[in-house]
Design a protein around this ligand. Structure first.
Ligand SMILES: Cc1cc2nc3c(=O)[nH]c(=O)nc-3n(C[C@H](O)[C@H](O)[C@H](O)COP(=O)(O)OP(=O)(O)OC[C@H]3O[C@@H](n4cnc5c(N)ncnc54)[C@H](O)[C@@H]3O)c2cc1C
Length: 254
């Protein structure tokens, strides 16, 4: 089937970490964007030599229904030195359009799941699918008492993307545990990230503490491919069957 392209118009940009931009778009052809939290869109552009290029970005928007025309389509873009899409997004004026397609992907919460707990693990912008899933998680916690542990990897407190959103959600949802893992630098005493439930080190090293359990757990891994592989191996060693480990690796479509 032919891929349908649609225009996304940039409406706002704000830096949420030194090299990560939160970009808001609206779908600009008058149609809604129906998506399932966890899915991604692709943007289409051309390299300088005219050949076509595409890159994938997870939807970060917190919503529980299709996005109507005019409702924000949010993504978080990590600016990579020398990156083709990075240059495009960095230089894009507010009001300009980009061609997009999708949404795509199956990195989503499944209605048939009967687990007791979700272990959600992400590093860098790989955390955005979980931000989009927050309304669904709220429903699942309320309806079937599922517990959620979010292990978020960041090098430093200033690179903890959407930490405020997750912290606020945890404060109002007792079944949701938010555990930032800082690999390089811990928060200063008294800073907003200095709550007790933080870890020093990589997310894969914090996993064992949460005693992954084949009977009750489903794990989601998203972001840096090395992290995804390391957590996948650790979870398999803990006895989690492969269908209970769902993965999304952020690799470039080159
Ligand atoms: C399903 C899926 C979802 C994705 N979602 C997101 C998302 O929500 N946010 C997001 O920022 N990215 C996401 N990505 C990655 C994204 O599609 C691009 O690969 C990324 O933005 C780099 O594109 P670029 O054109 O700027 O760099 P490229 O021109 O592709 O790469 C330039 C150079 O940087 C290196 N490089 C590429 N990516 C990284 C990186 N992350 N860190 C360090 N070096 C890198 C490349 O190896 C290359 O040497 C996702 C990828 C997939 C497959």
């Amino acid at each position: 089937m032919a891929i349908v392209h649609f225009p996304l118009k940039l409406t706002a940009r704000r830096m949420i970490a030194p090299s990560v931009a939160h970009l808001s778009f609206v779908r600009d052809d008058g149609l809604p964007l129906d998506y399932i939290p966890g899915q991604f869109v692709q943007v289409h552009f051309e390299y300088a030599d005219g050949t076509s290029a595409r890159r994938s970005y997870s939807l970060a928007t917190i919503h529980d229904h299709a996005l109507a025309p005019g409702e924000a389509v949010d993504i978080a873009v990590s600016y990579v030195p020398g990156g083709a899409a990075t240059a495009l997004f960095e230089g894009m004026p507010i009001g300009d359009q980009i061609s997009a397609s999708g949404p795509y992907g199956r990195f989503c919460l499944l209605p048939a799941d009967a687990n007791r707990r979700y272990l959600l693990i992400g590093t860098g912008t790989g955390i955005t699918p979980y931000r989009a899933m927050l309304p669904q998680l709220a429903t699942l916690m309320a309806e079937r008492g599922v517990k959620v542990v979010l292990l978020q990897g960041a090098r430093t407190p200033e690179e903890l993307l959407y930490g405020d959103d997750f912290r606020a959600f945890a404060a109002t949802h007792p079944g949701f545990r938010f555990v930032p893992c800082f690999s390089r630098e811990l928060p200063q005493a008294g800073s907003m990230h200095a709550h007790a439930d933080i870890r020093h080190g990589y997310v894969q090293n914090a996993l064992a503490e949460f005693a992954p359990d084949a009977e009750g757990d489903i794990a989601y891994l998203c972001g840096n491919p090395n992290m995804v592989d390391a957590c996948f191996e650790a979870l398999k060693q803990d006895g989690l069957p492969i269908p209970q480990i769902r993965r999304e690796k952020y690799v470039s479509n080159k």
